[in-house]
Design a protein around this ligand. Structure first.
Ligand SMILES: Nc1ncnc2c1ncn2[C@@H]1O[C@H](COP(=O)(O)OP(=O)(O)OP(=O)(O)O)[C@@H](O)[C@H]1O
Ligand SMILES: O=C(O)c1ccc[n+]([C@@H]2O[C@H](COP(=O)([O-])O)[C@@H](O)[C@H]2O)c1
Length: 195
């Protein structure tokens, strides 16, 4: 049975914060692989400044190329939008009926809003959640604090966001160290996020 941690995100673009977390999860938990699930449209986000799915996927593929245990996933590309995670999990169960055990990876920031996710209680019945620390406002709901399915993993805190990268790049700042080298090259050659 292969244990796969699903790391959902828009990855617009993927940055070293994402990569550090995913690598930490796969090295310091019993997960065999982490899949970066590139989300076409997150339910709580607007589509403004969002690159095409295939470009975001390509950057994830470039970033994870050298890491055997980290994989890009385009599983949500043909699912209805906005992409509710429960629908993707149901679809994954149909596509991989045996041999795989899926769990979710999320930052503490997302756990704080988890009670607003579609069918979050159903998700918690069937899946484990691996939660890493992330600085953010708000509080984790009491019911999630000592939940048997929610596991805290002490991953490093790296306060970088894709929004910061996009805005600063547009202003002409050098954000190169915040991106895996191949991602920077791709983004620069394609002239992304310039205007
Ligand atoms: N620096 C970081 N450290 C840890 N987790 C992160 C970091 N940046 C983003 N994440 C988390 O990774 C997941 C996917 O990231 P996503 O691309 O959606 O977020 P983001 O980088 O915050 O993007 P944006 O700034 O465009 O909203 C989300 O759950 C998000 O909370
Ligand atoms: O299923 C939901 O209701 C739901 C609500 C908010 C976010 N998500 C998922 O969580 C991922 C991270 O969300 P975000 O908005 O922080 O980029 C995103 O890729 C979605 O797949 C899912």
């Amino acid at each position: 049975m292969k244990k796969v941690g699903l790391y959902f995100g828009t990855f617009n673009p993927i940055h070293i914060g994402h990569l550090v977390i995913a690598n930490h999860m796969v090295e310091f938990s019993d997960l065999d692989e982490v899949w970066f699930v590139v989300t076409p449209q997150s339910p709580f986000k607007t589509k403004k400044t969002l690159l095409d799915n295939h470009h975001r996927y390509q950057m994830v593929a470039e970033a994870t190329y050298d890491y055997d245990k980290l994989k890009p996933s385009n599983i949500e590309f043909n699912l209805p939008q906005p992409n509710y995670t429960i629908n993707t999990l149901v679809y994954l169960k149909e596509k991989y009926p045996t041999g795989y055990n899926f769990s979710l990876i999320m930052g503490e920031d997302n756990l704080k809003g988890f009670h607003k996710w579609k069918n979050y209680d159903v998700i918690l019945e069937d899946y484990e959640l691996f939660v890493y620390p992330r600085v953010s406002d708000g509080k984790v709901e009491q019911k999630f604090l000592k939940h048997a399915k929610i596991h805290r993993v002490d991953a490093p805190i790296m306060e970088i966001s894709s929004t910061f990268i996009r805005t600063q790049h547009k202003k002409g700042k050098n954000i190169k160290p915040l991106l895996p080298q191949e991602v920077w090259k791709y983004m620069d050659e394609m002239n992304f996020y310039r205007n």
